[in-house]
Every structure is written in structure tokens, then in C-alpha cells.
Design a protein around this ligand. Structure first.
Ligand SMILES: NC(=O)c1ccc[n+]([C@@H]2O[C@H](COP(=O)([O-])OP(=O)(O)OC[C@H]3O[C@@H](n4cnc5c(N)ncnc54)[C@H](OP(=O)(O)O)[C@@H]3O)[C@@H](O)[C@H]2O)c1
Length: 190
């Protein structure tokens, strides 16, 4: 069965963006970039592929899910379909004008369960925190790019609403000279 993978940059203290929704504090350059631009190039937006002159490899993910607030910064710069190489699902409770390449969902849990029944590559949970909080019961793998910064406040990794505890097993830790640590966790098999 295909996996739902929450692959996300996070601070030491568990925030995926600062209190203003920005993530300038997260490191783009450094030796960890080899993983971001190599292994995880499927999770780069179209403007990054264009700037780097690379094609998405199409080896890790074929689908992305994001919350409406995560799509908004792309819309603000005129990009209505940030991941055209992936099937794009955006969670919202509102009817919204959207690019035809995007499918809106008002029930992301049901959407993920349906997608998991199909054949294909991994399903990337892009974020943000609120959507990740909803989808926590369906997450199969966490890949956290832990950046060496304390933000103190901001957007929590799982949105900050109370959740029942869910144990994960640590499966890999990669430390980089940049100070970034990539941690991987697997959900227990059902
Ligand atoms: N560090 C990283 O790698 C990373 C990755 C992704 C995002 N981010 C950051 O995270 C922030 C956004 O996170 P966020 O937690 O504020 O928001 P979010 O999860 O991206 O979006 C929240 C919105 O998505 C919709 N939504 C979420 N759960 C839903 C559900 N169960 N059913 C239906 N709709 C649902 C709702 O949209 P409506 O209000 O339209 O109903 C909700 O207001 C941004 O600052 C973004 O830049 C960081």
C-alpha cells in the first residue's frame, strides 16, 4: 500500500513556520541540500525545478496534499499550481476559486484513505500543521528536517490542537555539517 509521508522542515522546538507564517530561519544552503534537491526533488515546487534546470524525478511521490494556508503563499506570487508534476489535493472547508490542476477536498481523511487504496508512489503531506493534525492517524512516515533554530512560537508541527498520543519508531537519523538533522520515523504496522 502507498504511504502517507509528512516530509517537512521544522525548528528545534517543533514549529514549521514562525509566528508570521515565514520560514526564513530554515536553512536552504548547506550539505543537507543534497537530500532536499536530490532524494526529495519530487517535493520541490515548479519554480525550484525551473531555477535549478532539473526535471522532477518522479520516483518518490506522485501526489501531494496541503492545507489552504499552505497554498496561499504560492497564490500570492501568482503560482496557482505549485506542484504540476504531482496530483495536487488542497483541503478547505470553503468553495474556493482554484487552478484546474488542483482538486479541493473538504474531507482530507477520506481522500487519503481513498488514495492509499490506489497503486502508485508515495503521497506527500506537505503541511501545514492544521492539516497534519487532522491526518495524523493516517501518517505512515515522518521525515523531519530539523533546523538548528528555536522559534519560540509559530505554526506547530501538528497544529497545536489536543491529540491522542501516537507512538512512532525512529528509523533513521542523518546529521549534517549545516546543523540540520533529518529524522525519520515509521508508524507501527496496523
Ligand atoms: N516548514 C515547512 O516545510 C512547511 C510546509 C508546509 C507549510 N508550512 C507553513 O505552515 C503554515 C500553514 O499551516 P497552517 O497550520 O496554518 O495551515 P494549513 O494546514 O496549511 O491550512 C489550514 C487550512 O486548510 C484547511 N483545512 C485544514 N484541515 C482541514 C480539514 N480537516 N478539513 C477541511 N479543510 C481543512 C482549512 O482551510 P479553509 O480555512 O479554507 O477552510 C484550514 O483553515 C504556513 O505558514 C506555511 O508556510 C511550512
Amino acid at each position: 500500500m502507498r504511504e502517507l509521508v509528512y516530509y517537512v522542515a521544522v525548528s528545534i522546538d517543533g514549529y514549521i513556520a514562525d509566528a508570521h507564517g515565514g520560514f526564513d530561519a530554515f536553512l536552504v544552503e548547506g550539505d543537507h541540500a543534497e537530500v532536499v534537491f536530490g532524494e526529495y526533488a519530487d517535493a520541490l515546487p515548479v519554480q525550484a525545478h525551473t531555477a535549478l534546470g532539473i526535471e522532477p524525478p518522479g520516483t518518490r511521490f506522485d501526489t501531494v496534499l496541503m492545507g489552504w494556508n499552505t497554498l496561499t503563499p504560492a497564490l500570492d506570487i501568482g503560482i496557482t499550481s505549485p506542484y504540476p508534476h504531482l496530483r495536487q489535493y488542497v483541503a478547505t472547508t470553503h468553495p474556493r476559486e482554484h487552478d484546474p490542476a488542483i482538486t479541493l477536498t473538504t474531507d482530507p481523511l477520506a481522500t487519503v484513505r481513498d488514495l492509499k487504496r490506489e497503486d502508485g508512489l508515495g503521497i506527500w503531506l506537505c503541511g501545514g500543521g492544521r492539516l497534519a493534525g487532522t491526518l495524523l492517524p493516517e501518517i505512515d512516515r515522518l521525515v523531519l528536517k530539523r533546523n538548528p533554530v528555536v522559534l519560540g512560537s509559530g505554526v506547530p508541527l501538528f497544529g497545536g490542537l489536543p491529540q491522542p498520543a501516537r507512538p512512532f519508531a525512529l528509523t533513521d537519523v542523518r546529521r549534517f555539517a549545516s546543523g540540520v538533522v533529518i529524522e525519520e520515523y515509521a508508524a507501527p504496522r496496523r
